[in-house]
Design a protein around this ligand. Structure first.
Ligand code: NAD
Length: 523
């Protein structure tokens, strides 16, 4: 049905998407009517499961719209889910890897077939703009195919080794671990859940998946895609709920490894808890960021202000890669800030069902309260060049809508330059020397993404050689620090943004779900 529509990625922003918008104009009201507000049960051992406490999640766009009614899995249900994954493990892990690859490729087809329904669900669930929501599902399809292709390219990670003697056969093979707990955040509920699940399944592990409590709707819909593709019962189990359900899952001794994406505090808590076991288990934790952008005196300021605006305020600043702090050379600071404020003033904040809305709501009351605290702090010690308030009136009273905000004149060591805030909020500082500015930008506990705008080769090289982050961008109008894509930009968190030194979206992701074994067989 949707095959003639152009692909939406995070960076092909100049294309004509009028056909996509026409399709969404018709689809969104239908999805609101038929997909939202229903009972969505967990999935354990291939069966729907209602064991636990029923809760309702609301859309951040309008609290009156129930996304659905979900089950926070009971302790017993979590235990049954782990046991179901353990039962499914021998069959799934022993299947030839090519069979697992073809099943995951079938899952990609199911996601392709449901692309717009899932995008619409994601829009209502997270409050994403149309382009962000469709882009996320497009990314999901590409990343399944990319990881499947990596398995093929590496021949299932099974390779012959050298022989010490003629009569011996040797090989090195990567093997699965067992049951993986997959714990996902709210902000990219489809792409990140599917990325972690696909990595685990391709490698031969089975999965108990817990989405964010805000994202049970896409959680259930994406689990359905895997089931429709023919995944055997128990290979993927879904348990909804919040921190408590996550803790119960991580504590289960049958869990052999954890794939987590979310905040630094929670990720490190899981890492420490897993380290208390009698021996080490893999924890693949991808966590927060405080991503700086450098704008030098040699920058194209039009490109720089566009890229910074998109990365700071896209998805209301709720991306791990959001560009939330800018260091700009003092010679061009006023001109850059002027261009940035102009572009920010043109953004429409509102209901992301509308084609013209770039900035939707923030996710919940806690985010709104965080915004109020941040704004009070700026008013005390700095000033706002744009925004600075929660919006009120009409729809703004039904969700939590923050004005895209730019803070300047804060003391250089202010916490707001260092803390991940996850809000449509940007701090801007001036610098005289790029080397010192990069040291300042590096001086945070995170290391996820960073961007620069410069036409000077020496400045570019200084940045590429000294920025402490896993994902670096230069001179992009589509986003200063955001917009990574499977197989194109790998996505590795340095320092407090990750724990393994390997990233998603790249060639080293799937092997992280495996362990090495050497086989020597005498002939
Ligand atoms: P969060 O840490 O609050 O929650 C993430 C998941 O962990 C949720 O499913 C939650 O229910 C679960 N959880 C919470 N407490 C737990 C506990 N004690 N034990 C087990 N599970 C627990 O994160 P969030 O607010 O949903 O997402 C935003 C965060 O995710 C930001 O910090 C963002 O930077 C990060 N993130 C990182 C990446 C990346 O690739 N590095 C990508 C997206 C988001």
């Amino acid at each position: 049905m949707d095959t003639n529509l152009p692909r939406v990625t995070y960076s092909n922003i100049g294309e004509d998407f009028s056909a996509v918008h026409a399709h969404l104009d018709a689809l969104l009201p239908k999805v609101r009517e038929t997909v939202l507000g229903r009972d969505r049960l967990n999935l354990i051992a291939g069966e729907e499961d209602g064991d636990g406490v029923r809760y309702t999640a609301a859309s951040p766009i309008n609290r009156d719209w129930a996304l659905g009614h979900f089950i926070a899995a009971s302790e017993v249900a979590v235990r049954r889910a782990v046991e179901a994954a353990q039962d499914a493990y021998p069959d799934w892990s022993r299947r030839p890897w090519l069979e697992r690859v073809s099943l995951l490729r079938r899952a990609a087809e199911r996601f392709e077939a449901r692309k717009y329904d899932l995008s619409a669900a994601c829009l209502f669930e997270v409050g994403k703009s149309r382009m962000e929501a469709v882009g996320e599902v497009e990314e999901t399809i590409d990343l399944i195919r990319y990881y499947a292709a990596e398995m093929e390219k590496n021949e299932g990670y099974d390779r012959p080794m050298q022989r010490a003697f003629q009569q011996e056969a040797t090989r090195c093979v990567l093997r699965p671990q067992g049951v993986f707990a997959v714990i996902a955040p709210f902000n990219f509920p489809v792409a990140l859940s599917v990325a972690m699940t696909t990595g685990a399944l391709l490698a031969g592990n089975t999965v108990v998946y817990k989405p964010s409590p805000m994202a049970g709707l896409t959680g259930r819909l994406l689990a359905d895609c895997f089931v429709e593709a023919g995944l055997p019962a128990g290979a993927l189990n879904l348990v909804c709920g919040g921190a408590e359900v996550g803790e119960t899952l991580v504590a289960h001794p049958g869990v052999a490894g954890v794939a987590f994406t979310g905040s630094h505090a929670v990720g490190m808590g899981i890492f420490r808890r897993m380290a208390e076991r009698p021996y080490a288990h893999p924890v693949i934790a991808e966590m927060g960021g405080k991503n700086p952008t450098y704008v030098t005196a040699n920058a194209d300021l039009d490109t720089a202000s566009s890229g910074v605006m998109r990365s700071a305020f896209g998805l209301s600043g709720q991306k791990c890669s959001a560009g939330s702090t800018v260091l700009v050379h003092e010679r061009v600071a006023d001109e850059f800030l002027g261009a940035l404020v102009d572009k920010t003033a043109k953004l429409t904040v509102g209901d992301p069902q509308r084609a013209d809305v770039f900035v939707g709501p923030v996710i919940n009351r806690a985010a709104a309260e965080r915004f109020e605290r941040v704004a009070a702090s700026v008013r005390q010690q700095g000033r706002f060049a744009a925004g600075g308030e929660m919006l009120a009136g009409g729809l703004y009273d039904r969700g939590y809508y923050a004005a895209p905000s730019i803070a300047t004149d804060l003391p250089p060591d202010h916490d707001l330059h260092k803390d991940e805030l996850f809000l449509p909020f940007l701090t801007v500082r001036r610098f005289a020397d790029l080397g010192s500015a990069i040291r300042e930008g590096n001086d945070v506990p995170y290391g996820l993404t960073a961007g620069i705008y410069t036409q000077d080769e020496a400045e570019l090289q200084l940045f590429l050689n000294t920025a402490e982050a896993g994902v670096l961008y230069a001179n992009r109008a589509s986003g200063a620090t955001t917009g990574a894509w499977p197989g194109i930009q790998t996505f590795c968190g340095w320092k407090g943004s990750g724990v393994t030194g390997k990233g998603g979206l790249g060639p080293w992701y799937v092997p992280q779900f495996m362990r090495e074994q050497s086989h020597t067989v005498m002939g």
